[in-house]
Design a protein around this ligand. Sequence first.
Ligand code: DX5
Ligand code: ZN
Length: 215
Amino acid sequence: MSHLVAPSMLSADFASLRRDIEMVNQSRADWFHLDVMDGVFVPNISFGFPIIKTVNKYATKTLDVHLMIVQPERYFKEFWEAGADILSIHYEASIHLHRSICAIKELGMKAGVVLNPHTSVDLLKDIVKDVDLVLLMSVNPGYGGQQFIENTYRKISRLKEMILQKQASCLIEIDGGVTLENAPKLVAAGADVLVAGNTVFSSDNPQATIESLKG
Ligand code: DX5
Ligand code: ZN
């Protein structure tokens, strides 16, 4: 499978959201990446259901929702109703991770687990077969436009090894500081999905940049 690209709408122009949604629709992007922040789990507040519903109304591609919130299990049903196709929750925010992954799947969504940069992929060995996606944060979550953390390459290799050894089938998604320069290296290391916010939306030609990220 060739890798997927998921533009992060956090970096979109919210005054022209419909235009930016249509741009992603027209592009070679595969998913819409939507970052929900609560000001508690991360030191920033982004957006919630009204924006996700608006994206869902006009998007013709998969909605990949990344929850950076405490006690995410309180809102699974609402995210499903808002249009999420994939719902990813942080390992660090989930006391009963297995229960939460099952609950997300029971609602009919794909379930992902997200690791902060300091969280070891080794902690996933008893859950990796149950998830559809592992999202590795390659910056500390909270903001777009941050510097990529190089240790991510090691985490991708280690996770890839574990997936093969356990005969699991989850995708590896990388989020934070993805650029045209590191994208091919991330794919070579084993990444299946690349999230890109700043690289796409601050470029002069976002559609051409998505094309380049697809390789
Ligand atoms: C950060 C978010 C990312 C962010 C990525 O907390 O999870 O999805 O939008 O933005 P860039 O690609 O600009 O680092
Ligand atoms: Zn994200």
